[in-house]
Design a protein around this ligand. Structure first.
Ligand code: NAG
Ligand code: NAG
Ligand code: NAG
Ligand code: NAG
Ligand code: NAG
Length: 434
């Protein structure tokens, strides 16, 4: 359609002259050549040579070239124009429709744009909110983690405390048991102490100078001598030699050190219920207060026992060097190993009274004794836990040898047995045990 429109426009606008040849319409005068092809009428190139003869009733003659001429009548042309005009109108309407459509589409586009923008805005808003929420969530997460950490710390602490409480409860229980035990002990000792105090008060009242009143019951008792502070002694009731003996020296187990100086031997040391030396001053006082006898018992590591008995025993004063002033007759099955020490002064490592001028016997024998050249007995020597032949040992030998003894005890007792009997019947006192 457009094709024809263009042709028409060209036809109208061009200033070529259309020669209209009026010719009567007779069948005898047909068109030289029939209008074969309308396109042939108006070729677009300029080679078209058209001459329109101005003859209104004539046909318009369009000469294509020398041989071809198209003849169109005016009426035909008008008809053609009408047709084309109608088509143009149609086209215009169509165009308008299309324009309308386009407008509609364009407005729709605009709406879409707005929607898109709004959507984008919304998305942005959402994203922003999401971001802020995300941040908040992250913060909360952090806080939760922090709190969880704290909870863990507190749980650990709690566990520790619980552990501690359990421990303390256990300790409390054991402490309570211990306290009960100690309370029991305190009660026991209080009772013992009261008994002992009563005993000592009784001893005080009795004012004894010997162990004779306690007969065959051993124990620790208070002794009072004139012009001398009262002191405790160990009374030995059950010995092979009978009752009423007082221990002045005892060796048992080596628990007490006997290598001591003059002062210690003068005052005495050790424990009355264990190993001890009574003290030379007390022995002096006791043996000078009345005649005493001496009984020494020995025990070897093999279990063999023996004894030595002297019916007189007297120790001199400190001024006399605690000399073994009097040693009575020997009787026994050990040996008379104290005989060579008769009339000798006592010696300690710091008081050399022995017969040797070039040697300190107390040092040589690691003891303290009435050493001469130096000794056949050394009952304050060093304690050995088995039988050895050692000059430092506790020994009691007939000749110079040094077999160590397992245990030794030196006992004294007022000489007269008659006196003992008299004393017991006079006081009628029941002896007590420790
Ligand atoms: C986007 O949203 C903001 C705030 O909600 C508003 O101020 C702005 O006008 C909006 N923009 C559009 C294109 O809708
Ligand atoms: C929100 O934020 C998180 C983390 O920044 C991201 O993974 C997620 O895709 C976001 N969601 C939206 C809808 O933007
Ligand atoms: C500790 O033990 C005592 C005596 O058994 C009891 O009375 C006390 O309640 C205990 N204390 C604790 C904290 O268990
Ligand atoms: C010494 O005599 C006592 C008492 O009679 C006795 O028990 C002991 O076995 C005797 N020891 C020796 C070595 O004869
Ligand atoms: C129209 O003319 C052209 C060129 O002259 C020719 O090729 C064509 O066949 C013709 N068409 C008709 C229908 O006669």
């Amino acid at each position: 359609m457009e094709y024809f429109l263009v042709i028409l426009t060209l036809l109208l606008a061009s200033d070529w002259s259309v020669q209209v040849v009026t010719k009567p319409k007779s069948p005898k005068e047909p068109l030289k050549e029939p209008l074969k092809n309308k396109t042939e009428v108006v070729p677009l190139d300029g080679t078209l040579i058209a001459t329109v003869t101005a003859a209104p009733e004539k046909l318009a003659e369009v000469h294509i070239d020398q041989h071809k001429t198209i003849r169109i009548s005016k009426g035909d042309l008008d008809d053609l124009l009408d047709v084309y005009m109608g088509k143009i109108a149609e086209s215009a309407a169509t165009i308008k429709d299309k324009e309308h459509e386009i407008n509609q589409l364009q407005s729709k586009d605009q709406t879409d744009d707005e929607l898109l923008k709004r959507f984008q805005n919304l998305t942005e808003a959402c994203t922003a909110q999401n971001a802020s929420f995300t941040t908040e969530i992250t913060e909360k997460d952090d806080k939760i983690k922090e709190l969880e950490q704290k909870v863990k710390v507190y749980e650990t602490r709690l566990k520790r405390k619980q552990h501690l409480v359990t421990d303390l409860r256990k300790q409390n229980t054991s402490n309570a048991l211990l306290i009960d035990h100690l309370k029991g002990k305190v009660t026991y000792f209080q009772r013992k102490f009261r008994e002992k105090r009563d005993d000592l008060l009784a001893d005080w009242e009795a004012a004894t100078t010997t162990c004779l009143p306690y007969g065959s019951s051993p124990g620790i008792h208070l002794i009072q001598l004139p012009d001398f502070l009262p002191f405790l002694v160990a009374c030995e009731g059950q010995t092979a030699a009978g009752p009423g003996w007082m221990a002045i020296q005892r060796r048992l187990d080596g628990s007490v050190n006997f290598y001591r100086n003059w002062d210690a031997y003068s005052k005495g040391f050790g424990k009355l219920n264990g190993e001890f030396f009574m003290g030379l001053e007390k022995i002096h006082r006791l043996t000078t207060s009345q005649p005493h006898e001496l009984y020494i018992s020995f025990k070897r590591f093999g279990g063999e026992t023996s004894y030595a008995h002297y019916d007189d025993f007297l120790i001199g004063s400190a001024e006399e060097g605690y000399e073994l002033t009097l040693l009575g007759h020997y009787q026994g099955n050990a040996s008379d190993a104290l005989r060579t020490h008769d009339k000798m002064k006592f010696s300690t490592f710091d008081r050399d009274n022995d017969a040797f001028t070039h040697m300190n016997c107390a040092v040589h024998h690691q003891g303290a004794w009435w050493y001469d050249f130096c000794s056949r007995s050394n009952l304050n020597g060093k304690y050995f836990k088995e039988e050895v032949d050692n000059a430092q040992a506790i020994y009691w030998e007939p000749w110079y040898s040094f077999r160590s003894l397992k245990s030794v005890q030196m006992l004294i007792r007022p000489k007269s047995q008659l006196e003992l009997k008299d004393w017991v019947s006079r006081t009628k006192r029941r002896p007590r045990t420790l």
